[in-house]
Design a protein around this ligand. Structure first.
Ligand SMILES: NC(=O)c1ccc[n+]([C@@H]2O[C@H](COP(=O)([O-])OP(=O)(O)OC[C@H]3O[C@@H](n4cnc5c(N)ncnc54)[C@H](O)[C@@H]3O)[C@@H](O)[C@H]2O)c1
Length: 269
């Protein structure tokens, strides 16, 4: 028996990257998983690949844009039709769109908001309605980012959505707690995926250099956090944002010449 045997799980934006690994780990642990991606072909291939690995029809593919609320709702209903329940919903789909603030267009702004905030908000709402209907002690996970707490150049709109996602976890914790549903956000640091490697082929070494753990995040690190927050052991954790960043957000830049050298540590003697 897996840790998530026969549970109903849904994950958005999961054809590749972090979402894919979350689907994979839930399926390996016995769950049935609704896997969404805007690229329908990719969603099908991703589901087939996991099904082959686990040796059963554990993953169902849904190709649509999470900003399309009708399709989003239909996926939630279809998962219930297939497996009778939604235990865990992971609003993972997020659009990373770089652009300078001074030339950022209203169209780009609206699109980033629609995917990252609207998509996450209604993934949580539709899943919560099903959990409440079936009296399930559910788990909702949102995907924030270190850019939702720290400033990154040319990621203003994206960063605003990721800060919004953190707050979404807080405000919804209050409304969902009475229904025995927890909601938390995960905040990955730079995580090696097809996309981040395309943006910076040296991402692994570059981020290891500035990260206290001297390594870069991998999709397994984020999926492990997701499976923990979805577990019965995490029943008393809600409204939180878990930084999974090797300690990157614990450090701020120091001015050159700051007296942080060993000889100054003897001052208290
Ligand atoms: N990878 C990182 O370094 C990192 C760091 C912090 C936060 N995050 C967040 O984690 C999540 C996953 O990141 P990733 O790097 O694995 O993702 P990614 O950018 O590689 O995208 C994963 C999948 O999402 C799909 N997708 C994009 N827009 C969609 C939409 N509107 N509807 C449905 N599917 C859509 C893409 O087709 C893709 O297959 C995102 O929310 C991202 O913002 C990632």
């Amino acid at each position: 028996m897996g840790r998530y045997q026969d549970k109903g799980v849904l994950v958005t934006g999961a054809g590749v990257g972090i979402g894919y690994e979350i689907c994979r780990q839930f399926a390996v642990e016995g769950a049935y998983v609704a896997l969404n991606d805007i690229d329908a072909d990719l969603a099908r291939k991703a589901a087939a690949s996991i099904n082959q690995e686990v040796g059963r029809e554990a993953v169902f593919a849904y190709g649509f844009d999470v900003a399309d609320l009708k399709a989003l709702r239909a996926m939630v209903s279809d998962l219930v039709r297939r497996v009778g329940r939604v235990d865990v919903a992971v609003a993972n789909a997020g659009l990373t769109n770089f652009g300078e603030f001074l030339t950022y267009t209203p169209e780009a702004f609206d699109r980033v908001m629609a995917v990252n905030l609207r998509g996450s908000f209604f993934t949580a709402q539709y899943a919560a309605l099903e959990m409440i209907d079936k009296k399930i002690s559910g788990r909702i996970l949102l995907m924030s980012s270190i850019t939702g707490g720290q400033s990154f150049l040319n990621l203003a709109a994206y960063g605003v959505t990721k800060a919004g996602v953190r707050h979404m976890a807080k405000v919804l914790a209050l409304e969902l707690g009475r229904h025995d549903i927890t909601i938390n956000a995960i905040s990955p640091g730079l995580t090696i995926t097809e996309r981040t490697l395309q943006d910076d082929p040296n991402a692994e070494a570059n981020w290891a250099e500035v990260t206290p753990m001297r390594r870069t995040g991998h999709v397994e690190d984020i999926a492990a956090a997701a499976l923990f927050l979805a577990s019965p052991e995490a029943r008393h954790i809600t409204g939180q944002t878990l930084e999974v960043d090797g300690g990157w957000t614990t450090v701020s830049p120091m001015p050159t010449g700051h007296p942080a050298k060993p000889e100054f540590s003897s001052r208290l003697k």
